[in-house]
Design a protein around this ligand. Structure first.
Ligand code: SF4
Ligand code: SF4
Length: 315
């Protein structure tokens, strides 16, 4: 049985729009630490050297937040079934349609954290994050039972799918832990088969980040290597293919967050509009979205790469 404070916190999290919430006792993630070490050794991080930094904090939130007792995992739905109108337009990952989630979700986390401080029976300290600190978000979310890590390595929640952001509050307050759930990938290999760059290992559960289109189009600062010339399948920012083919996403329902609505012109832009994209249009339509991370020049680079790909295919 949850105590009253836990129940009230869960209730308020839902009121704020969080889809799911779960609790784990804070401590070192030993198995995940071993896997992360092997993954980094395997060169799967590409040039994301920041993933090597703060290793001890990353695998143990008590090193990040002194006195931490509980990791509270949360998810926030961003699913939007609307499509870009021109099927030939270069594609943007759905999570980046609207306002930058770091800002949107962080605001909600702040409210939730302050609420906990108000209702708790003793002073509570802690920190809260969404993709903004060295925290193994999906491992904590899986441990708390928000879902299981699918073969594509994203978290899948039954009845919801995987189109959500993860966030967490790490607090020096004890809560009753919730429990991990079973992996339901079974014999399915759709994400592995559909990935155009073979970024997912043959058995699944290991992602070579350096081969993933999300990395190539967002994180990579150098030119996209020639070997990907005919493999990006039109994606100019991120990639949703492994989520699109996942059968669990048939349960996804439209988000309810006004801030995640795209700019009115974003989904209407044609292939030509993107090829002729000017910086002022980029600023107007994309500056508030996660696409700003790639910057104007980065997005232009990706569009050029796709254009060359396109021309080569027609030859
Ligand atoms: S996001 Fe795209 S490139 Fe990355 S693993 Fe999924 S299907 Fe492959
Ligand atoms: S596509 Fe299949 S194997 Fe991949 S994550 Fe979804 S259920 Fe699991």
């Amino acid at each position: 049985m949850h105590n009253t404070i836990q129940t009230r916190l869960i209730h308020y999290a839902h009121e704020l729009g969080f889809q799911n919430i779960g609790f784990s006792q804070a401590g070192r993630l030993d198995t995940a630490a071993e896997r992360l070490e092997a993954w980094l050794r395997g060169g799967h991080a590409g040039n994301m050297s920041y993933l090597e930094n703060n290793f001890d904090k990353r695998v143990d939130p008590t090193q990040l937040v002194p006195g931490a007792k509980t990791v509270i995992s949360l998810s926030y739905n961003y699913y939007n079934p609307d499509k870009q109108a021109d099927p030939d337009a270069p594609k943007i990952s759905m999570y980046a349609f609207g306002r930058d989630y770091h800002k949107v979700v962080k605001k909600k986390l702040k409210l939730l954290f302050e609420y906990l401080q108000q209702i708790a029976d003793k002073p509570v300290e802690g920190r809260y994050f969404t993709d903004s600190a060295p925290v193994m978000e999906s491992n904590w979310a899986a441990q708390a039972g928000l879902g299981w890590k699918g073969k594509h390595t994203l978290l899948i929640t039954p009845q919801v799918g995987s189109y959500f952001f993860l966030a967490e509050m790490i607090v020096d307050y004890d809560f009753e832990s919730t429990h991990a759930i079973k992996d339901h990938c079974g014999t399915c290999t759709r994400c592995i088969d559909a990935c155009p760059t073979d970024a997912i290992s043959k058995q699944g559960y290991i992602l070579d980040g350096s081969r993933c289109i999300s990395y190539l189009t967002i994180e990579l600062r150098d030119n996209i290597p020639e070997e990907y010339k005919d493999k990006l399948e039109g994606w100019m920012f991120g990639c949703d293919i492994c989520q699109q083919v996942c059968p669990w996403n048939r349960f996804a329902k439209r988000h309810n967050e006004p801030d995640f609505e795209p700019h009115k012109d974003l989904l209407q832009m044609t292939k030509n509009d993107w090829q002729d994209l000017r910086e002022d249009i980029f600023n107007e339509i994309l500056q508030r979205t996660p696409v700003s991370r790639a910057k104007y020049e980065g997005l232009k680079r990706n569009i050029r790469f796709l254009t060359i790909e396109d021309t080569t295919c027609q030859d």
